[in-house]
Design a protein around this ligand. Structure first.
Ligand code: AGP
Length: 611
């Protein structure tokens, strides 16, 4: 969704800001803009569409300045347009701001500003309200930070706001509440951003700004204040990724690069958690026997792909730890008065750690007394910060909107978590654990092997890309993977796809089977293999075109399916880490054949920070 970059220092602000905004393009946006302080004035350029449009608008204008802010906007209040694009200013154009989030009481505030103070609004955004409020308070404030602080007292909602003033050219003031904000620490240059990838090229150290904090950023000084404006000491956060982690490195798309990174990221997620003797060390998780023994119920709550990782997590925790698990879509959980108390463990799964629905569900569970554990990729994100226990997926930056390596590392974490619970509670023998771990450790190499020999998927996609609809079916763990396969295909290729548990087909959906209907049938579970064969037979009898996914050696399905994709052999419990990969590749190549914008599909954003 929206992205923020701010710069104050010795270099040309325009270059740093445009470069940073480019790094945030993956988040999804529909307009972009920049404001700099130039010769005592605010100079703003903004344009609907991509950053290229903004660059064309700027043209040869050097926008020479050492202080500036930039923004990529994903429209919420008001259509994507030049006028609604950020930055916004007050009436005198002495301050400029960019904003991520939503101001809930903006209509109320706008009415007061227009009716009582006769302020003329240019845009339809909630953000312009903030600009006018700050402008108004500037009239009787000594500093920009005083005015920003006063404005925040009037606002309700979620925000990361970054402001500059023509009267105070060497300073950026930023505040946050429920929207991410980091400050990059350079030498004679400091930076502000909504996300770390924007700053990877420039800094190795950051301050993670917490809720309700204000930060004043100057070229040689960064000061952080709490909500009562008391100064705060903050530990520096070291960035371990290098700038390449957010580059395509020769791949045509980030999605393809991230698919191919999976063996490495899965391996990393496992080996970071093993000590020299092969025992699990659950960094960030302090759940011991007495904590786990108290737990009567677990909720796994997440959205989209992360929710699908939760479906696999339920299976694993129930199998290894024998604790009942419910999996909920976060936007539903928070509005259904779930039964939660201090014997509940709430597990949030989120790549970004900023998904508002997940965050609000977490807060709801916390209010009711649950212990909060999160499985998160982005270090220091809101979900991580608000959790009691944090298990990082260590997938590195995931840039493509369609989640791939974040998903398989979420799965990896769910394996480790479930094993840890089972072992700690004595519901799993050491022997079982050792042999399962041994097999888990073999998965990255098997996946590498598979990826190196996966050319057939591209060929298959070339043959099938023109379908209007696709069904995904499976049983047990395969059913969880079919949901993920279906989501992947629809979000990047815009094909109407639908996933259903194979056994449920004949209760309605089979009515849609016609000659030629494309069905991807996952049949990787040995103990359900024959049942799947029957399901495939049923849809074949109605003329469906079936592409099956099966384990090497299970060839009986060839008699039923039109095409079989074989994944490396492994135990049933481990197939999700392998079987999802041909589905990711299939979606990728289908979308490519259809000429879709693979890394940035229409209407979607990488991190969904609105309800
Ligand atoms: C994944 O391909 C999707 N783009 C989307 O479903 C995503 O998984 C969902 O929005 C949750 O995001 P999160 O993991 O950052 O919370």
């Amino acid at each position: 969704m929206c992205g923020i970059v701010g710069y104050v220092g010795r270099n040309n602000a325009k270059e740093v800001i445009l470069d940073g905004l480019t790094k945030l393009e993956y988040r999804g946006y529909d307009s972009a803009g920049i404001a700099v302080v130039q010769e005592g004035k605010i100079n703003i350029k903004k344009h609907v569409g991509g950053i290229e449009n903004l660059k064309n608008l700027i043209g040869k204008d050097p926008l020479k300045s050492h202080t500036g802010i930039g923004h990529t906007r994903w429209a919420t209040h008001g259509a994507p347009s030049d006028i609604n694009a950020h930055p916004h200013t007050d009436e005198d154009e002495t301050i400029a701001i960019v904003h991520n989030g939503i101001i809930e009481n903006y209509i109320e505030l706008k009415n007061v500003l227009t009716e009582k103070l006769n302020i003329k609004f240019k845009s339809e955004t909630d953000t312009e309200v903030i600009a006018h409020l700050i402008g108004l308070y500037m009239k009787d404030s000594d500093t920009l930070e005083d005015a920003v602080y006063k404005a925040t007292l009037d606002m309700r909602g979620a925000y990361a706001i970054v402001a500059i003033s023509a009267k105070d050219p060497d300073k950026i003031v930023a505040v946050r509440k429920d929207a991410p904000l980091v400050v990059g620490l350079g030498k004679g240059s400091n930076y502000v951003a909504s996300d770390i990838p924007a700053l990877l090229k420039y800094v190795k150290k950051l301050y993670l700004i917490e809720n309700n904090e204000m930060v004043i950023v100057r070229p040689d000084k960064v000061e952080i204040f709490d909500e009562n404006r008391r100064p705060i000491e903050r530990e520096e956060f070291n960035i371990t990724w290098d700038a390449d982690a957010a580059e395509k490195e020769g791949y045509e798309h980030f999605m393809l690069k991230e698919i191919y990174e999976q063996p490495k990221s899965i391996r990393e997620a496992i080996t970071r958690r093993l000590d020299e003797s092969g025992k699990l060390k659950m960094d960030g998780i302090a759940l011991d026997y007495s904590d786990l023994n108290k737990i009567r119920k677990i909720y796994i709550v997440a959205c989209g792909t992360a929710y699908h990782a939760g479906l696999v997590g339920k299976y694993l925790i129930e199998k290894f730890a024998k604790i009942p698990v419910e999996v909920d879509v976060a936007s539903e959980f928070r509005y259904r008065d779930p039964i939660v108390d201090d014997s509940t463990l709430f597990i949030a799964i989120s790549q970004s750690g900023e998904t508002l629905d997940t965050l609000e569900a977490l807060r709801e569970a916390k209010r009711k007394g649950a212990r909060i554990l999160s499985v998160v990729n982005v270090v220091g994100s809101s979900v991580a910060r608000e959790s009691d226990d944090v298990f990082y997926t260590w997938a590195g930056p995931e840039i493509a909107v369609a989640s791939t390596k974040a998903y398989t590392t979420q799965l990896t974490c769910m394996y480790l978590l479930a094993l840890h619970m089972g072992l700690t509670l004595g519901r799993l023998t050491e022997e079982y654990f050792n042999s399962f771990m041994e097999e888990l450790l073999e998965i990255p190499a098997k996946l590498e092997d598979y990826l190196n020999n996966s050319k057939e998927i591209e060929e298959l996609a070339k043959k099938l890309y023109n379908r209007d609809q696709v069904f995904f079916i499976g049983r047990g763990l395969d059913s969880a993977i079919s949901y993920e396969g279906s989501l992947k295909l629809k979000e990047i290729s815009y094909i109407n796809s639908f996933a259903i548990a194979a056994g449920e087909l004949k209760h309605g959906t089979i009515a849609l089977m016609e000659p030629g209907t494309l069905v991807l049938a996952l049949a990787t579970q040995d103990f359900l293999y024959e049942k799947m064969l029957s399901n495939v037979q049923e849809i074949k009898a109605r003329g469906a075109y079936v592409v099956a996914v099966a384990k090497e050696g299970n060839e009986a399905i060839e008699a039923q399916a039109n095409h079989v994709i074989y994944i490396p052999n492994c135990s049933d419990g481990l197939t999700p880490l392998l079987s999802v990969v041909p589905l990711q590749l299939f979606s990728y190549y289908v979308a490519k054949e259809r000429g879709c914008n693979i890394d940035k599909p229409k209407n979607l954003a990488k991190s969904v920070t609105v309800e």
